[in-house]
Design a protein around this ligand. Structure first.
Ligand SMILES: [Zn+2]
Length: 480
């Protein structure tokens, strides 16, 4: 029997605003002592009044626009009631029936041969709420501690429709979403640090059935890899249940990474369980067409558009364009190299293979890169104009990467210069020809590759400092 999979994602994004969602507390509690970034509002004291963070609302609308959503002209916050030890108010301020936005989509390209133009993953809504605190379970204690530093942090929630059809697609969607969030500069979106948290619901149905199967919600996935692994596991578990004519329970399951399995946690709550009602302390919002249009017009160029522009205008290959735009700062660096009139495809190779390769190997990111874009452009142009050979270029690059020095300085310091003196080069050429009689014969018989081999020998003899074109010219003259 063949089965079809449907996956929907709920992604919580911690916004990096200066202050919290409804109070003036510092929103950056990273590394701070527990319960030191707390005030009566985020600690949920009775009688306090929340004031909404304008920046957080703007960033939510910006993100929604980047995800092609319809922005609501009228919206409000609601109270969502539940008891949890790290939620002192016993309700969370969230959005229920009138979220800031809905009906969007994001096009993703996933798998070996993605369809042209990508696949549209539909977005149900993007809304805003506040985060709860955290429970700490220190070792050696048999009780738990509450840290409210995170309570009241602005949390944007992106909910997709269940039209994701494989675990790989789910992972791709998350990765693409993260790139967009970083382009918009609304969140660091680091999954390992909890800036980006993902719950997934997954259902399986027989191929000929129209209705979606019973969805199971999975929680506790802290990396892209975990999301994919947990979904692969759950897809298999549900298929096996259906094969055995058993029923899939509607429930919430937690991913246990160390064991590679999901386990049942609880039955799934439904909306009525939360007794939503409009937040009486925050008046509803009205957004004018102009306000929305202004935000839309001020969106930065997004990765998908940038990728298309790189392919169309710079004529670089698809894969390189995709890799370059995957990090906004990397693409910015690349554009600065190109601005110096360096060849776009060659510059892409240097940036992606040599520079990014070395950075990755050392566990560094682009902000820790020491190479100046102007210097990389200068290096590429020197290779183009045959002033330096590829071997010398690599040596200069290596030094540039380590020290951040300029090309002319490195050439001077290392005493790297090109052998352009034809008399001394001629001597080497003569020597190589004498030592390689058989190769010379091959060349005379018309084997073109033989010449390339001889050029290589001369290059090695000159330690790569000679101009290959000059060597070729001299060799041909001698051989004639
Ligand atoms: Zn506070």
């Amino acid at each position: 029997m063949n089965y079809k999979t449907n996956i929907g994602l709920e992604i919580h994004v911690q916004l990096k605003t200066k202050s919290k969602m409804f109070c003036g507390c510092d929103n950056n509690a990273e590394g701070k002592e527990p319960n030191t970034v707390v005030c009566p509002i985020c600690a949920g004291y009775p009688g306090v009044l929340p004031v909404a963070n304008k920046q957080a609302i703007e960033w939510t609308i910006k993100t929604a626009l980047a995800l092609n959503c319809k922005i609501a002209k009228y919206s409000k916050f609601d109270r969502k009631h539940y008891f949890y030890p790290d939620l002192p108010k016993n309700y969370q301020i969230s959005q229920y029936d009138l979220p800031f936005s809905n009906h969007g989509f994001l096009e993703i390209e996933s798998g070996e041969n993605p369809p042209a133009g990508g696949k549209k993953i539909h977005i149900r809504r993007v809304h805003l709420e506040e985060d709860a605190g955290k429970l700490l379970h220190p070792e050696g204690r048999d009780d738990s501690l509450v840290d409210l530093n995170r309570a009241g942090t602005p949390l944007m929630e992106v909910v997709t429709e269940p039209n994701i059809t494989s675990p790989g697609e789910a992972k791709q969607f998350l990765q693409d979403l993260r790139i967009i969030l970083r382009y918009l500069e609304v969140s660091d979106a680091d999954m390992e640090k909890g800036h980006l948290r993902c719950d997934a619901n997954i259902s399986i149905r027989k191929e000929n059935e129209k209705e979606l199967g019973i969805p199971v919600e999975i929680k506790n996935m802290n990396s892209f890899k975990m999301v994919e692994k947990a979904l692969v596991y759950e897809e298999k578990r549900q298929k096996e249940l259906l094969e055995d004519k058993e029923k899939v329970e509607r429930e919430t399951r937690g991913w246990i990474d160390t064991k590679g399995i999901t386990v049942s946690q609880r039955g799934k709550e439904e909306a009525p369980d939360y007794r939503y009602f409009p937040e009486p302390d925050l008046p509803p919002f009205k957004f004018s067409d102009k306000y929305i249009a202004d935000l839309k017009n001020n969106l930065p160029e997004l990765p998908a558009e940038r990728e298309k522009r790189f392919i169309k205008e710079l004529k670089i290959n698809h894969k390189d364009a995709k890799n370059l735009v995957s990090d906004r700062l990397l693409a910015d660096f690349y554009e600065e190299v190109i601005a110096q009139k360096a060849d776009p495809q060659k510059a892409a190779n240097w940036v992606l293979v040599e520079m990014l390769g070395r950075l990755n190997k050392k566990g560094l990111d682009i902000t820790q890169n020491r190479i100046l874009p102007t210097e990389l452009a200068a290096l590429i142009k020197k290779i183009e104009s045959k002033e330096i050979s590829g071997t010398i270029a690599k040596e200069i690059f290596e030094e540039m990467f380590e020290s951040g020095k300029a090309v002319p300085d490195i050439i001077k310091e290392k005493g790297l210069k090109l052998l352009t003196d034809e008399t001394s080069l001629n001597k080497i050429v003569q020597k190589i020809i004498q030592e390689n009689f058989r190769v010379v014969c091959d060349y005379k018989k018309g084997k073109v590759a033989a010449l390339q081999f001889l050029i290589g020998l001369v290059m090695r003899e000159t330690k790569g400092q000679a101009n290959p074109n000059t060597i070729k010219k001299l060799l041909e003259e001698k051989l004639r």
